[in-house]
Design a protein around this ligand. Structure first.
Ligand SMILES: [Cu+2]
Length: 102
């Protein structure tokens, strides 16, 4: 009886651990250069558009650096789609492939 409970608990922990690993593996971070942002309002509107996009987990947009650092679920989104979202705000996502972080 006790060993049955133990194996259930161990099984549950394994399933949880696998779930966490899968979730981490699906999250990508990308930096996309954005042209045309002049002030905090510009970066705020890009941030808002990105965060409203399904699959975006976090977006840090800097008008000073002219870039957007986006954490997203690569099962739901691609970098191409993120560029489209940025372009739809009226700013210009640069085309060259950006560096991908962890
Ligand atoms: Cu502005």
């Amino acid at each position: 009886m006790l060993s049955r409970i133990t194996s259930l608990v161990v099984g549950g922990v394994l399933v949880l651990a696998l779930g966490v690993i899968t979730a981490v593996a699906a999250t990508k971070t990308v930096t996309i250069k954005v042209q045309g942002m002049k002030c905090a309002k510009c970066s705020a509107s890009v941030t808002k558009a990105l965060k409203a996009t399904d699959g975006v987990e976090d977006a840090q947009v800097s008008s000073e650096k002219g870039e957007a650092v986006i954490k997203y679920d690569d099962q739901k989104l691609s970098e191409t789609k993120l560029r489209e979202v940025i372009n739809a705000t009226g700013f210009k996502a640069e085309e060259q492939p950006a560096k991908t972080g962890q």
